[in-house]
Design a binder for this molecule. Structure first.
Ligand code: DGY
Length: 321
């Protein structure tokens, strides 16, 4: 502690009012997003840091917790926290916070956007107009959403909001989840076994977090079960999918297309990824939560989580068991 203030690291761009709120209370040390915090700070500063606000690009693994023993809270500016070793944090008595609840609608909207882009070929048709092809002939036809089946892998808050939106488009919605969701089924969302969901749905959309159990869990076997007309949507985490197997399935017509907001390596390098050269995919730069309103709500929650823990209050959202 210096001047009676606890030291914290901020590894995310903050709006001025939140920067002020932190500076009033703490000695604030900025670290560039994505940098390893324990390496970016002088050892005497690192030894005093009590809390961190960072993004999913901030690696907070065992090495971090071992080298920064004074840390009491790490607060992610994201609902996902696959950048944090929660077991190591818990063992080191560190509270891990995230931002659930405030981004569900934005991610669900984007998921529907990808379903529309791939089903109705919105991006392809935009190119058709810009390239001057409209004057030369009729635009290619796309596919209805009405009556199509949507299989949601994962039925948490975001899955439920995607289901509501998809049903408004006349889609038949199914889900698979580790635990059956009586509330979802009561609203007419049908439960399917996992293989059945891949086998039968026209669209399959992923809404599971990245964990040891889900990493690489969708691969050649799952794509091989899908219909050749099926479309794969991913707005969760790229590493849930075996990306080379997905690329192969898209190349050889095992599946018809994909709408992707997330990738194994981000930012996606268009020069290095075969995805960038494919017409049957829509690619977005991990923007599920990237609206003005949602990002503001997320950063509010992330900053207040950190303040709460360091001031001895219960944070709005903590993930440790
Ligand atoms: C989240 O909040 O987890 C978003 O995907 C941003 O990383």
């Amino acid at each position: 502690m210096q001047n009676g203030k606890q030291a914290v690291v901020v590894s995310v761009n903050l709006p001025a009012d939140l920067q002020g709120a932190l500076q009033e209370r703490f000695e604030v040390h900025p670290v560039a997003p994505g940098e390893r915090i324990e390496k970016a700070l002088a050892p005497d500063v690192a030894a005093r840091i009590r809390g961190v606000v960072g993004t999913v690009r901030t690696p907070l693994d065992q090495a971090f917790f071992q080298s920064m023993p004074a840390v009491r809270v790490v607060s992610n500016f994201a609902v996902g926290y696959d950048n944090i070793d929660v077991k190591a944090a818990t063992a080191a008595n560190v509270v891990v916070c995230n931002t659930p609840g405030v981004l569900d609608a934005a991610v669900a909207d984007l998921t529907l956007g990808l379903i529309l882009c791939t089903g109705r070929n919105l991006v392809g048709l935009d190119r058709f107009v810009r390239d001057g092809r409209w004057a030369k002939g009729a635009a290619p036809l796309s596919y209805d959403l009405m009556g199509k089946s949507l299989g949601l892998l994962g039925m948490g808050r975001i899955g439920r909001m995607v289901a509501e939106r998809a049903r408004a488009f006349g889609m038949k919605v199914f889900y698979h989840n580790r635990n059956r969701q009586a509330a979802a089924e009561a609203t007419g969302i049908g439960y399917l076994e996992r293989d059945e969901l891949f086998r039968t749905c026209d669209f399959v959309s992923v809404h599971v977090p990245l964990t040891d159990a889900t990493r690489n869990s969708i691969g050649a076997r799952e794509f091989g079960m899908m219909k050749p007309s099926a479309i794969f949507i991913n707005t969760s985490r790229g590493a849930v999918v075996d990306e080379p197997a997905m690329i192969e399935a898209l190349k050889n017509g095992t599946i018809a297309g994909a709408g992707l907001d997330v990738f194994v390596k981000e930012p996606l390098d268009p020069a290095a990824s075969a995805l960038a050269g494919m017409d049957n995919v829509t690619l977005l730069p991990h923007v599920g939560s990237a609206t003005h309103e949602t990002r503001r709500a997320m950063i509010d929650l992330a900053v207040h989580n950190l303040i709460d823990v360091l001031e001895g209050a219960r944070p709005g959202a903590a993930v440790n068991p």
